[in-house]
Design a protein around this ligand. Structure first.
Ligand code: PPS
Length: 572
């Protein structure tokens, strides 16, 4: 179609017509099935709609190797990020080159087919080193490869029966073809794309308007709404913000579209990938700012990538990419001139202001003012709707400690004191109580204990998300599930780990339920502290020695902590 020719190059379209779709559906009755993971679903969508052109499917081994080694496909095409289908050993064993696989979403709906060309077991550590330049498990891309990715890869060509369905913001989910058509129909011969995974504020509007002025292009606000960095603001909130921001541009000068991309946080390599993806969406210019697609710093404060490494990398490949780089330095507010400027254009000694993401989150959490020079009132309102201040958030107090350490007694005292204060619902998830209902039937093997703790964490996260208080008091002897719960609960509200550190000898001496005697006699097997491990927490916010602290005092210590952290008001 000539309408879409002006820019973007050839577009792959893997969505088949109705006849072929019916044929594939019919044949698939004899095929093995694979339920696409959240990341794979994003990759599938961009493969199917041509966002990942020139790919026609998930990479095979030769392309994978070439991408790792030289950032190119085996035929020499520039391609920085490997896109494979990672699968379980069971699926890998069930397929071989030539096998068809039905690709399904989590509800079991068949979205496409994969004709397998390659099956191999990758060296994920090597992949991390090559793609991310690090094997540091603090890098989200490395975490994914280490903890979440399935251990086998399958490559092959894809045919799509349909694109994944989205029920939210439907009018903003624009395929590459649709965007190209819209640009052509609007007479936009140059388009500069702005990529983001964060809420936008005035600095971003200023930056994109400058890019518009410098290049003579129209702006495409093209935020990622697939998988982004864990802990990012949810995409629902962000899209409401983008819509508000979009209205700030002069009528007809900017477009807004959402991109279902699963980011890898791969910094320089990912920036080049983003440029390719944007080109497929009909864009001619691409803004790359500071630390583009980077995960920031590791725990020692060392950044994973240099602040402008991504810019340099895109620049080095600009000609081959066929997309013009629009580099930007950090934008800061100059109060004396009442305007935003790139930090490198300021004269020495100029006074300027900026608010970091961390500072913004702190202000939102503590209900503090966010100045007008930083953002627009409608954006701040939108963020406040979801970023409830700590005083309004739910939280979980998670006790851990040996049997008989006093967890339940302190947990009960805490619950009563919280109810006395009022303001939030309080749910007690005590070890014994949980085992009578939620975890009925589970035993005390490591596997069952982990399941039990993760179930408690799941329920606590739901309560916390809904603004309530969950007080949990299981033994929770293993660090792994405790850490997992901390992650999921902190993402939706407050989390506080309390270690009731009563020594084993004291618990055994008390032996209120007579269990220690039975454990010593071998009548109860796998008893924590006696014949089963207890991994002492090293990350507890509060440690209580009940040999010296009464339950009443212990509960007050926790309340004081919650007041200091802003979850509870000072006066009762
Ligand atoms: S865990 O490890 O967190 O899943 O344990 P939890 O759900 O808290 O259950 C601990 C309570 O079960 C009783 N009990 C045992 N505890 C430890 N090990 C073994 N083998 C065992 N068998 C039964 C015990 O009463 C625990 O209650 P508390 O309140 O901790 O004393």
């Amino acid at each position: 179609m000539s309408l879409i020719e002006p820019h973007g190059g050839e577009l792959v379209d893997l969505v088949v017509d109705a006849v072929r779709a019916a044929e594939l559906r019919e044949q698939s009755h004899d095929w093995v099935s694979w339920d696409l993971t959240a990341r794979q679903l994003n990759d599938f969508e961009l493969l199917a709609n041509g966002g990942l052109s020139p790919l026609h499917g998930f990479l095979g081994e030769a392309d994978y190797e070439a991408v790792l080694e030289s950032m190119r496909l085996a035929d020499g095409t520039l391609w920085p990020i490997p896109v494979m289908l990672d699968v379980t050993p069971e699926l890998a064993a069930a397929v071989s080159p030539g096998s068809p696989v039905a690709l399904r979403n989590e509800e079991g709906v068949m979205l496409g087919s994969l004709m397998v060309t390659d099956v191999w077991k990758p060296d994920l550590e090597r992949e991390a080193e090559r793609v991310f330049g690090t094997t540091n498990p603090e890098h989200p891309g490395v975490v994914y490869l280490k903890d979440q990715a399935n251990p086998w890869y399958v490559g092959g060509t894809v045919e799509a029966l349909q694109l994944p369905v989205h029920y939210d913001f439907k009018d903003l989910r624009k395929t590459p073809r649709r965007l190209r058509e819209e640009f052509a129909a609007s007479g936009w011969s140059k388009v500069v794309a702005f990529q983001t995974r964060n809420p936008m504020h005035r600095a971003h509007v200023e930056l994109t308007m400058r890019a518009e002025a410098e290049t003579g292009a129209n702006v495409l606000i093209h935020p990622v709404v697939g998988l982004t960095k864990p802990g990012d603001v949810d995409h629902y909130t962000r899209v409401r913000v983008y819509k508000a921001i979009h209205a700030r541009y002069p009528e007809g000068s900017a477009s807004l579209a959402l991109l279902s991309l699963a980011m890898r946080m791969g910094g320089p390599r990912e920036a080049v990938w983003h440029a390719i993806i944007r080109k497929n969406h009909g864009v001619t210019h691409f803004i790359v700012g500071r630390d583009h697609a980077g995960p920031g710093e590791d725990s020692s404060g060392k950044p994973f990538y240099g602040p402008y490494e991504a810019q340099d990398f895109v620049l080095a490949h600009e000609e081959e990419l066929g997309v013009t780089l629009v580099p930007f330095k950090l934008m800061v507010f100059v109060p004396d001139e009442d305007r935003y400027m790139p930090v490198d254009e300021l004269e020495e000694g100029t006074r300027y202001l900026s608010i970091s993401g961390t500072e913004l989150r702190r202000r939102l959490a503590e209900g503090e003012e966010i100045p007008e020079w930083f953002s627009y009132p409608e954006v701040v309102d939108e963020l406040r709707r979801t970023h409830r201040s700590r005083a309004e958030q739910g939280f979980t107090v998670f006790f851990t400690g040996l049997s008989g350490s006093g967890k339940s007694t302190i947990a009960n005292a805490l619950m009563v004191k919280l109810l006395e204060r009022g303001g939030r619902t309080v749910t007690l998830l005590d070890g014994d109580i949980v085992r009578r209902n939620l975890s009925k039937g589970l035993g005390f093997s490591k596997e069952d204990r982990d399941t039990n703790i993760l179930r408690i964490g799941y329920v606590a996260a739901e309560i916390t998300k809904a603004g309530g208080v969950a007080v949990c008091a299981p033994i929770a002897p293993y660090a792994g599930p405790r850490a997992e719960n901390r992650r999921t609960i902190s993402a939706v509200g407050g989390y506080l780990l309390v270690h009731v550190a009563t020594p084993l000898e004291v618990c055994e001496q008390r032996d209120r339920k007579g269990l220690y005697a039975k454990a010593r006699a071998g009548i109860i097997k796998e008893f924590t502290g006696i014949s089963d491990p207890y991994e002492e927490p090293t990350d507890a916010e509060i440690t209580i020695e009940t040999t010296e602290t009464f339950p009443d005092e212990a509960a007050d210590l926790i309340i004081d902590h919650l007041v200091r952290e802003g979850y509870l008001p000072k006066e009762s």
